[in-house]
Design a protein around this ligand. Structure first.
Ligand code: NAP
Length: 470
């Protein structure tokens, strides 16, 4: 894949980059390795000052960075601005809380026959981050902020279609004061990932992206015995039960499916509705989806911009066509537009069966699958009937059902009467083919730490023994 900025709203390529040579990659790894020797010796308070400076820079640069993001991957300018602010907030969160998250944890010394015993969290070293384009600033920041605070350094291999955002991130952390090389962008294609990950100076890897890319990285890392965190795809269920607030559920369902032009791993993708309220929900949902304005992502009236690539747009349309050919019904949308840019209309498809690709595959665009179920058990069965397990939403006013969904849904997170989102305060990640490990919160920060057990026995020689005994 070419390393280039191509505006998805026009299809025009604005800037291209040559991939780094092997020598340049080597030099970048060495800089990151040397920066680690320096960063690990700094205090958490110092790193916190640098991360706070990064937050201030993000705020100051917000409008220009948002324009860049919109130009590179097509999300609306309003969404891009919100993403920049979210990154600044996450930097401030880790700057404020890292000291507590990384503090030594005392253990029960008596139980382990020690004078003192505790757990200490220490950095692992340079971490390779392979990242996607859909939240080009946020996906990187949610790795970089905790990793740098813990004293690790970062090597970013960003998606090939967001090179300018990738370069901005390297510049951001340098301007904030982190040592030269502490956060380095590698302008390389995915074919260079194996070379970087097998380098002994690189100690671990994190990937956010597709299942295929995750399997590839996990294989290499397994062979090399290197720690990985994988945040992969999802086909999140959004269950609506008879006691739900239908107006609110239909409104949130629309945002949950179409935010980020429908290209979010935690977007709700399968809407599983109890038969008692199916028609009422479908009517509201289709009305909201049809009312969304598709168009120029820089226009503040636009709700849904273009998809990030022509290939991605064609793939979404192929999934819809496949469903229709196998007997599904399109309730709105479903037509690929002519003209410049990779736009796709908000679409609702129902009468889905397991023969259709949409039943089992992730749809990475503003296309909702609508499923009818007749009981709680069937809702859970359909919701869990996927290889993915990232997020899950359940809408019900019944407290007993809320409890049951929280336990029964197979997912890394369950949001009841709300849509899935991420907060620095809460762990984020998936189960099944959605990956493993967690980002965010203290749990995410510790993924790239050596959780070191320290046991200290009696140091002083007992009275009457040893060299200095009288
Ligand atoms: P992708 O093709 O897997 O790309 C993601 C990153 O992996 C890019 O940097 C890409 O580089 C690289 N890559 C691709 N194939 C690779 C391989 N075989 N070995 C090493 N690196 C490889 O994913 P995408 O289609 O751009 O992004 C959408 C996917 O990401 C969806 O499945 C979505 O659900 C998932 N996602 C998950 C999360 C989460 O938190 N769980 C968040 C966002 C997105 P190139 O660009 O150079 O190909």
């Amino acid at each position: 894949m070419a390393i280039a900025t191509t505006n998805p709203a026009t299809g025009r390529t604005l800037k291209s980059y040559d991939p780094m040579s092997d020598e340049q990659i080597d030099a970048a790894i060495e800089r990151t390795h040397l920066a680690f020797q320096q960063l690990r010796g700094t205090t958490i308070a110092q790193r916190g000052r640098w991360l706070t400076a990064a937050a201030d820079l993000l705020d100051a640069d917000r409008d220009a960075t948002a324009r860049l993001i919109t130009t590179e991957m097509g999300k609306t300018y309003a969404a891009a601005r919100a993403e920049v602010t979210k990154c600044a907030n996450a930097c401030r969160f880790y700057a404020a809380h890292a000291e507590r998250m990384l503090a030594d944890e005392p253990a029960d010394a008596e139980a382990v026959a020690a004078e003192r015993a505790f757990v200490r969290y220490q950095p692992l070293g340079p971490v390779l981050a392979v990242m996607p384009w859909n939240f080009p600033l946020w996906q990187v920041t949610r790795f970089a902020a905790p990793a740098l605070m813990a004293g690790n350094t970062g090597l970013l291999k960003h998606a090939s279609n967001v090179p300018q955002t990738a370069l901005y991130l390297e510049d951001l952390f340098r301007r904030a004061g982190f040592p030269e090389g502490a956060f380095t962008t590698l302008l390389v294609g995915s074919d260079a990932v194996e070379r970087v990950l097998t380098d002994p100076r690189v100690r671990a890897a994190t990937l956010t992206g597709s299942e295929g890319a995750g399997r590839s990285i996990a294989q290499i890392a397994g062979r090399e015995l290197k720690k990985t965190v994988l945040e992969l795809g999802g086909s999140d269920p959004f269950v609506v039960m008879p006691s739900a607030d239908l107006d609110r559920a239909a409104e949130v369902a629309t945002t949950a499916r179409c935010q980020n032009n429908g290209q979010s791993c935690i977007a709700a993708k399968r809407f599983i509705v109890h038969t008692d309220v199916f028609d009422a929900f479908a009517e509201r949902f289709v009305a909201h989806m049809s009312a969304l304005r598709v168009g120029d992502p820089m226009d503040e009236k636009t709700d849904v911009g273009p998809l990030a690539s022509e290939r991605g747009r064609d793939e979404v349309h192929a999934q819809v066509r496949d469903a229709v050919e196998h007997g599904a019904t399109v309730l709105c949308g479903g037509q690929q537009s002519d003209g410049d840019g990779w736009f796709y209309p908000p679409t609702v498809v129902t009468d889905l069966t397991p023969r259709m690709r949409m039943w089992s595959e992730e749809v990475f665009g503003p296309v909702a699958g609508l499923y009818r179920v007749s009981s709680y058990d069937e809702a859970v069965e359909v919701a869990n009937g996927t290889a993915f397990g990232l997020g899950a939403n359940a809408w019900t006013g019944d407290p007993a059902e809320q409890e049951r969904f929280a336990t029964d849904l197979e997912a890394g997170n369950v949001f009841v009467n709300g849509m899935t989102t991420s907060y620095p305060e809460l762990p984020f990640g998936g189960v099944k083919n959605s990956g493993y490990g967690r980002e965010l919160s203290a749990v995410g920060m510790r993924e790239f730490c050596n959780t070191k057990t320290v046991w200290v026995g009696q140091g002083a020689a007992p009275a009457g023994t040893g060299a200095h005994a009288e």
